[in-house]
Design a protein around this ligand. Structure first.
Ligand code: F6P
Length: 319
């Protein structure tokens, strides 16, 4: 009988619970013993591992966050931490781990695979920054959350004829900014992948004002190397238009997962167990269009992330 462990690691993302539920329920339906590992690699190191049943994952499919808790584990990056994690996996008799997380977490999974632990990986992060998959679990919900905020901010920005910089998450990947910029009708979008031109932004604001535009929405990914408040100050000085900043922060990480995230998470969690049943290990599960795909983890992690920077041209013309 297989004994599998499930953990979530790194920043939480809406849909992680749906993925846990799917893996737990398909595992049990397949005759496996399923164990939840708390707080990601931290819990693996500490042996915070408990057996789950069908009821353990009741009433979570619609909830944001992760019922298993999560952490960014510094200890797991050390040799001692990794040794302990391997040792705990063996002592609990876990023959495979289902690991749900972003880039760092999946890189951690690879180090476990290199030590002989079977892993199946699901991309769980709002950042959409894993190159091997078109989507990560949580991205769609985060985009919709940001869009709601953009609409509200646009109302007040119009009333007061202001420019508002909305800072969104995405340390290395501009997708949240690009998708919400296009879908939210922003005037400008700043992403870490492409250098921005302050003159072009200011000219756009002045031209917009001259043709009667009441608001300017600039969406800036947090990874862009300029402080948002400094940027607002510069824009205000150069254009004479009052400029404000809203940092959306962690509100982007919470909330009930969208249909898209629940579907992907449920399919991917289910698939992880199928792969274990078939003896296909160390895979990264993702989406190519709407097709569920899986690749060798080591290969998947080598594929560079490609943000939708082609949206920038569309945004420029449409705003
Ligand atoms: O990795 C997802 C993410 O939301 C990033 O966009 C953001 O920079 C980071 O997590 C913040 O993480 P923490 O919870 O460690 O502050």
């Amino acid at each position: 009988m297989n004994r599998i462990g499930i953990l979530t690691s790194g920043g939480d993302a809406p849909g992680m619970n749906a993925a846990i539920r799917a893996a737990v329920r398909n595992g049990i339906a397949s005759g496996m013993k399923v164990f939840g590992i708390e707080r990601g690699y931290e819990g693996l190191i500490d042996g915070d591992i408990y057996e789950m049943d069908v009821k353990s994952v009741a009433d979570i499919i619609h909830r944001g966050g992760t019922m298993l808790q999560t952490a960014r584990s510094e200890r797991f990056m050390t040799k001692e931490g990794l040794d302990k994690a391997v040792m705990m996996t063996q002592s609990f008799g876990l023959d495979s781990l289902v690991i749900i997380g972003g880039n760092g977490s999946l890189t951690g999974a690879l180090t476990l695979a290199e030590r002989g632990i079977h892993v199946e990986c699901l991309p769980g992060t709002i950042d959409n920054d894993l190159g091997y998959t078109d989507r990560t679990i949580g991205f769609d919900t985060a985009v919709n959350t940001v869009l709601g905020a953009v609409s509200n901010i646009r109302d007040t920005s119009s009333s007061h004829e202001r420019t508002t910089i909305i800072e969104v998450m995405g340390r290395h990947c501009g997708d949240i900014a690009l998708y919400t910029g296009l879908a939210g009708g922003a005037e400008s979008v700043l992403v870490p992948e492409i250098p921005f031109d302050i003159n072009a932004i200011c000219v756009k604001i002045i031209q917009g004002r001259n043709r009667g535009k009441k608001h300017n929405i600039i969406i800036k990914a947090e990874g862009v190397e300029i402080d948002s408040f400094e940027l607002a100050k510069t824009i205000q000085e150069r254009t004479g238009v009052e400029s404000k900043v809203v940092v959306l922060g962690y509100l982007q990480r919470g909330g009930s997962p969208s249909a898209e995230d629940r579907l992907f998470a449920s399919r991917a969690g289910f698939k992880a167990v199928e792969l274990i049943k078939d003896g296909i290990y160390d895979r990264a599960i993702g989406l190519a269009g709407n097709e569920l795909v899986h690749y060798p983890l080591a290969d998947a992690l080598k594929i560079p992330t490609k943000a939708a920077t082609d949206y920038l041209d569309i945004i420029d013309v449409l705003s």
